[in-house]
Design a binder for this molecule. Structure first.
Ligand code: ADP
Ligand code: MG
Length: 273
């Protein structure tokens, strides 16, 4: 992989969209695996009580597993909950457990409730000798305190957009939230990447949604589009990303291309080194 340049500073990216079922988790884990595939160290933070990202990465996350809940609510060091994915030494995950379902409410009463993930991550990154090149945060489908913690910790927002509905309709609310966080909690936050997912070349709607998104977000939208693919949807039931499950499948190839694009765009921003 001589052609890829890894970032010099950790890129913290939150994968967000307040709609469910648009491909957040699928994109978070497969982009993470694709980045690890080309040699990047990647930490996935599973911030969704459903724990789908943990499952897809083959990470145990039963109720008694130390998890991101303990980090957010009980001040556990992040390093104590991080596990390596069986897929790759470069791919790690801070799992979610069912306890996280209560965290949205429990956070309300805590000091610095919007900053808890950020503080934990800063401590972790400062202490580790081989810091990850990427931290990818998988958010729940809501704009509550868990997502706000992700927005406060990250500098980049990646929005997956499903090419099957008029997806732009819900986007205003998400953009408004990002702006509010920029203003009040985290001036570095910006929408860096929009990823078109579940593209079906046979339908006119897919093409129309893709064109619409490109018109509105020319600079942010990746050239690579993720096709709808059975291999992508099957992989999690084997506790795998599609990169491990079937690396040559259309879905895996698309996520690998998207990852390379993300790396290249990062280099551009760092000044074309
Ligand atoms: P979210 O995290 O936004 O709720 P998911 O990533 O869980 O969305 O995706 C929702 C559903 O769509 C899952 O069943 C997933 O397997 C399926 N899915 C996501 N991307 C693809 C794709 N490219 N091809 C086929 N199925 C997909
Ligand atoms: Mg999800």
């Amino acid at each position: 992989h001589a052609s890829v340049t890894l970032p010099t500073a950790t890129r913290i990216i939150t994968v967000s969209n307040q709609k469910g079922g648009v491909g957040k988790t699928t994109s978070a884990v497969n982009l993470a695996a694709a980045l690890a595939h080309v040699g990047a160290r990647v930490l996935v933070i599973d911030l969704d009580p459903q724990g789908n990202a943990s499952t897809a990465l083959g990470i145990p996350h039963s109720a008694d597993t130390p998890s991101i809940y303990d980090v957010l609510i009980d001040d556990f060091p992040l390093v104590d909950v991080v596990q390596s994915s069986p897929e790759s030494d470069l791919l790690q995950c801070a799992p979610s457990t069912i306890h996280l379902a209560g965290a949205e409410i429990e956070l309300v009463a805590l000091v610095a409730r919007e900053h808890r993930l950020r503080t934990a991550l800063e401590t972790y990154l400062a202490a580790t000798t081989d810091a990850p090149h990427f931290v990818i945060i998988d958010c729940p489908p809501s704009l509550g305190l868990l997502t706000i913690n992700a927005f406060t910790a990250a500098s980049e927002v990646l929005i997956p957009i499903q090419c099957e509905y008029y997806a732009l309709e819900g986007l205003g609310q998400l953009m408004g939230s990002v702006e509010m966080i920029q203003k009040h909690l985290n001036p570095r936050l910006h929408v860096s990447t929009i990823l078109l997912t579940m593209f079906d070349a046979r339908t006119r709607l897919s093409g129309e949604v893709a064109d619409d998104v490109r018109t509105h977000f020319a600079g942010e939208t990746l050239t690579t589009v993720i096709p709808r693919s059975v291999r992508v949807s099957e992989a999690p039931s084997f506790g795998q990303t599609v990169i491990a499950y079937d690396v040559q499948s259309a879905g895996a190839v698309a996520y690998r291309e998207a990852a390379v694009e993300m790396l290249a765009r990062g280099v551009e921003r760092e000044g074309g080194r």
